[in-house]
Design a protein around this ligand. Structure first.
Ligand code: GLC
Length: 413
């Protein structure tokens, strides 16, 4: 099956582990209506200031988050160290706009990193290139002040070279002070008219700094610098086939939300069903990708009950089926009707999205099929091989009690 060209970073662990937790957390958890609230509602700094003044996550316990991630079968975590609002979760020496200057008074990132690393998960930092608070970040077409009546006066005196230094000094802190960091997830470039791209960020400098401080690190594709990319990041949609760039298959990770918002959104109700959650994970791995599933902690520092319930859907399914995810990728075989296939060498996994009456058919597999079993209980699945070399799997009328039943096929080498 597809073999993406090697990149500068080592993505072997990444494509083996397949499944991670995204965490979007910042001052935007207080207004609790999307992490872009400052931009969407064009909230000026003074009106946004109360969220800084009252930020105090009194029930912050990252061990609980890490336990839920580990139990859900997630193998890595990426947390927003700083999102577009500019607020820093760590004790950055570059700014006063940070968690240690809020009523919380402590570095939040250190505790999160320790909690997840101690549960065996790899650690990644999301770092926003965009900053709607920094005094040297120029107002542009997506800035929270983009419609200010006198934008020129706002931009007078702003110096993006100072902002580039600010970013480098912050990235140096993030990649020097928290041990081994496995992923840096920059977000995002919007080059062109009244936008910002690689030259505005000095993306080459950011890449060089990232790799010099963390030689094993992998970098996403949002620096607007193709030569820096280790993995691509389609978001909020399900690719139907292996993602290609310029015709070539690439390493890719889709990031998704349990609901319609990355940051905690109290009143947003489009929470995905258990079946959707499992099918999203399977669809992703069946097309050769990773899934980074997002949670948005509340202003109190907890994952709300809807996120906890969603993570437990993954826990219950992965407890019996994780071998059909870890180390797996797309298969060259044709999936049976209403099914998806993931493969790991001579092991082929049939993920049954719509449970059929009695039979499933796999074409072109006949002379390679040695044995078949349900993954949830290890019970044998009988099969016969047709003249045309297709395999007919014989299923019980009543399917297994699980969101997506999986049949494990042992192939002869
Ligand atoms: C988009 C959103 C941003 C979010 C990111 C996650 O860039 O604008 O808020 O952090 O997606 O992929």
């Amino acid at each position: 099956m597809h073999q993406p060209k090697p990149t500068k970073g080592n993505t072997k662990w990444f494509t083996r582990d397949r499944f991670g937790m995204f965490i979007h957390w910042g001052l935007y958890a207080l207004p609790a209506r999307h992490e872009w609230v400052k931009q969407r509602e064009e909230i000026p700094d003074e009106q946004y200031a109360p969220y800084f003044k009252y930020f105090n996550p009194v029930r912050f316990d990252p061990g609980k988050w890490a336990d839920l991630a580990r139990d859900a079968g997630m193998k890595y975590m990426v947390i927003t160290s700083k999102h577009h609002e500019g607020f820093c979760l760590w004790d950055s020496q570059q700014t006063d706009y940070k968690a240690t200057n809020t009523p919380w008074e402590k570095d939040l990132l250190a505790e999160v990193v320790e909690a997840f690393r101690s549960r065996g998960l790899k650690v990644g930092f999301y770092y926003s290139l965009i900053d709607w608070h920094h005094p040297d970040f120029t107002v542009d077409r997506i800035h929270s002040q983009r419609n200010h009546p006198d934008r020129d006066s706002l931009n007078r005196g702003r110096d993006m070279s100072k902002y580039r230094d600010y970013m480098k000094n912050q990235v140096r802190e993030l990649l020097s002070n928290y041990g081994k960091i496995d992923v840096i997830w920059y977000d995002f470039s919007y080059p062109g008219e009244d936008g910002k791209g690689r030259d505005d960020w000095d993306s080459e400098g950011l890449e060089a700094l990232s790799r010099s401080l963390q030689p094993e690190i992998i970098i996403n594709n949002r620096l607007d610098l193709p030569s820096s990319v280790d993995f691509h990041t389609p978001e909020q949609f399900q690719p139907r086939e292996w993602l290609r760039v310029d015709g070539e298959p690439v390493v890719w990770e889709t990031c998704q939300t349990f609901s319609g918002s990355w940051g905690y959104h109290r009143d947003e109700a489009t929470w995905k069903s258990p079946g959707q959650l499992i099918r999203m994970l399977v669809n992703t791995v069946a097309t050769g990708g990773n899934l980074l599933m997002n949670v948005g902690p509340t202003a109190s520092g907890e994952l709300d009950y809807r996120a906890v319930e969603a993570l437990r859907v993954y826990r219950d399914w992965m407890a019996q089926h994780s071998e059909a995810i870890y180390g797996c990728t797309a298969s060259a075989f044709t999936a049976p009707q209403d099914c998806r296939l993931t493969q790991n060498g001579d092991l082929l996994y049939v993920h049954v999205f719509a449970y059929p009456f009695r039979h499933l058919y796999l074409d072109e597999i006949g002379d390679r099929l040695a044995y078949a079993e349900f993954l949830h209980d290890g019970s044998e699945v009988a099969f016969s091989i047709g003249e045309d070399k297709s395999a007919q799997l014989q299923l019980p009328v009543v399917g297994p009690k699980t969101e997506v039943p999986v049949i494990k096929l042992y192939l002869k080498s």
